[in-house]
Design a protein around this ligand. Structure first.
Ligand code: GDP
Ligand code: ZN
Length: 387
């Protein structure tokens, strides 16, 4: 490393945006825009064409008009790093820096290209409540969501056919205080570890503050999202990591471009112990969406076996020469695993079909709205004005 690049990393560490994830990589990516007099920032909230961006001079509300409206993948999203023109009134987002990772809600239709829910995520924290019996199948499903991977850069140019992230999954068993016996607790952790080879598995109790330091250290070096069923303890965990009530944090920290305190909600928050947390309404319901490419990764051994099937499109039901059924017979593949795989694949197909129908309905509504706006503008021009 040259002395100048050492200086550069030192300066990015003390940068006012460092708590939001600014590093030498973003600094290098941003350099050409700094020369144009633009300021860097990270999007903390998006709301109909406007976004709140944290910049070295505070939070600004900026217009995202530059986006290519026909490509939903290029729409500015919470987590994005952008270049903002500080002189405009309103201020404009001028450039979207290439994404490292992205969470995309995909569709199976060729026309719609998916919807980006959060970007530049390093850790996907899958929250699973210990208050109810462990459902390993559900954990596998969330892992599949987390592990469909591709780089964010590719997503700016290619339609995504699945959930795409490239982030590191972590499973957190919440409400550990409800399992007071340490032996039972460690067995539960082991069960999940067996289901998720190579994935860190932790147990925490937000209520008693246990395990939070380990989790905090794990997510401290990047940007995390919390996934999990409603009631899994995500909000409680978020509050515990933030060390205070989230709403209060939002109220205190949000200062607009003119130095006024505002009360908008933020979907991206800097953690006091380091790291960043993204929590968007879209991500909250994430369990319901497509995970097709991630399913293959979570069930890698099944996909591997399937390569040995006689027929390429083998459904592993009763086809002759099926290597998957062979492994089932020999006991190499546990029955539960195959059942779980089948269930996830079926569920996925249903959900993709449903999501497509909903996206189409949303688009129709948007076209109608634009049509009505166009008519109102025409009438205003003719001097009629809207009545
Ligand atoms: P979310 O829907 O995933 O955001 O879940 P919440 O954070 O709202 O938590 C759901 C319920 O679990 C609430 O009643 C919480 O009080 C409870 N809860 C959350 N964390 C813990 C914990 O560490 N221990 C116990 N015993 N209960 C918890
Ligand atoms: Zn087969």
């Amino acid at each position: 490393m040259s002395s100048s690049s050492l200086l550069e990393s030192a300066s990015s560490a003390s940068h006012p945006l460092a708590p939001y994830g600014w590093d030498a990589g973003w600094e290098a990516e941003f350099a050409p825009y700094a020369d144009q007099g633009l300021v860097p920032g990270r999007v903390v909230r998006v709301d109909r064409g406007l976004c709140d961006v944290v910049t070295p001079v505070g939070t600004v509300r900026a217009d995202t008009e530059f986006v290519v409206p026909r490509d939903p993948m290029k729409v500015v999203c919470t987590g994005d790093w952008v270049a903002v023109d500080p002189d405009g009134e309103p201020q404009y987002v001028r450039t979207l820096l290439p994404r490292r990772t992205a969470f995309v809600r995909s569709t199976s239709s060729k026309r719609s290209e998916g919807q980006v829910l959060a970007t530049n995520i390093d850790h996907v924290v899958i929250c699973v409540s210990l208050a109810v019996e462990l459902d390993l199948g559900r954990i596998e499903r969330f892992l599949a969501l987390a592990m469909s991977s591709s780089s964010g850069e590719a997503l700016l140019h290619k339609p995504a056919l699945s959930w795409e992230s490239g982030a590191q999954p972590v499973v957190v068993l919440t409400k550990a205080d409800l399992v007071p016996d340490p032996v039972t607790l460690s067995h539960l952790v082991q069960d999940v570890e067996t289901t998720a080879p190579g994935v860190p598995v932790l147990s925490v109790s937000a209520e008693q503050g246990e395990g939070l330091d380990v989790l905090g250290a794990l997510v401290g070096g990047g940007t995390a999202v919390l996934l999990g069923q409603s009631g899994a303890g995500k909000s409680t965990l978020a509050n515990a990591l933030l060390g205070e009530d989230v709403m209060d944090v939002q109220r205190i920290r949000d200062v607009d471009g003119k130095g006024r305190h505002t009360t908008t909600t933020r979907n991206l928050l800097a953690l006091p112990g380091g790291g960043v947390l993204i929590d968007t309404p879209g991500l909250r319901g994430v369990g319901l969406w497509d995970a097709s490419s991630g399913v293959g990764q979570v069930f890698a051994e099944i996909e591997e076996l399937a390569r040995g099937c006689r027929f390429q499109d083998c459904a592993h039901e009763r086809e002759p020469g099926c290597a998957v059924l062979g492994a089932l017979d020999s006991g190499e593949l546990p029955e539960r695993r195959l059942e779980s795989y089948r269930k996830l694949m079926r569920e996925n197909q249903r959900i993709v079909a449903k999501t497509d129908a909903r996206l189409r309905a949303e688009m129709r509504k948007e076209w109608k709205r634009r049509g009505a706006m166009g008519r109102a503008a025409m009438e205003a021009k003719r001097g009629g004005g809207p009545r």
